[in-house]
Design a protein around this ligand. Structure first.
Ligand code: HEM
Length: 224
């Protein structure tokens, strides 16, 4: 069998892309939090405008899409291979050392994927393809800039959107809780001394990211 197609190679690529996406989540959260620190939305809009127009970020955007595509494709392939390789006898396995969330990576992943498609349609396509034709973008306070902040605020004023967002972000937290330690394992970075710290960091990271993103719609919805 060609090594480049082996499951180990797939796991390594998947973990590297996953870790890359984890860094992206921190940057994205930092930008979103600007909405809470500056109610005029000016700072958020300026950063969003920079992210949407800077040539280096535009290139990086495609790297990010590729990261998502590789992670998702390999995740689905590995899961299918896993299902095929492990028939029902797996069920009689004694006590599993895997964390609870590790059993649901594909399920949480697919829900995150559905959310990503909706998220992409709500923001990226609206602004990039339709060039912000909506009234509320044209009504932006910054001349020459879309009022991306208002686009976010309008969505977070809808209770159904806020509830859906919170559910998905909790599921993302569950995905991340297992993901960090799993990525280190896939990369062969296991050590009796450091692995507990890696697991601990993964838990903290998952909680901070999940609750950090959830805080934003809650504040916007309840202070509108
Ligand atoms: C921002 C979004 C995401 C981040 C940061 C992320 C991160 C990660 C990381 C770091 C891992 C551990 C990789 C490893 O075990 O080597 C992982 C595992 C996994 N991810 Fe994601 N992921 C995201 C979205 C998705 C999506 C959309 C899917 C869609 C199917 C998905 C499916 C999976 C699966 C199935 C696994 C387990 C793979 C295995 O254990 O063999 N992930 N994720």
């Amino acid at each position: 069998m060609n090594l480049s197609y082996s499951s180990i190679t797939k796991k390594i690529w998947m973990s590297l892309m996953g870790l890359f996406l984890m860094i992206f989540l921190v940057v994205h959260l930092g930008i979103n939090l600007l909405l809470l620190f500056d109610p005029t939305r000016e700072l958020f809009n300026e950063v969003a405008h920079f992210m949407g127009t800077n040539p280096i970020i535009q290139i990086f955007q495609w790297v990010l899409f590729a990261g998502f595509a590789i992670h998702i494709a390999l995740g689905v392939i590995l899961q299918i291979q896993n299902w095929i390789a492990r028939p029902k006898r797996y069920k009689v396995k004694a006590i599993s050392e895997d964390s609870f969330f590790s059993k649901f990576m594909i399920h949480t992943g697919i829900i995150i994927l559905i959310f990503l498609v909706i998220h992409f349609a709500n923001f990226f396509i609206k602004v990039k393809v339709f060039h912000g034709v909506d009234d509320f973008i044209l009504a932006g306070v910054n001349t020459g800039m879309e009022d991306m902040g208002l686009l976010v605020v309008k969505l977070f004023e809808l209770p159904e959107y806020v509830i859906g967002y919170i559910i998905v972000l909790l599921l993302l937290g569950f995905h991340l809780d297992h993901a960090f330690q799993s990525a280190f394992q896939s990369l062969g970075l296991n050590h009796p001394k450091y692995t507990p710290c890696i697991k601990g960091f993964g838990h903290v990271y998952a909680i901070v990211i999940s609750l950090g993103y959830i805080l934003i719609p809650l504040v916007i919805y309840f202070t509108k």
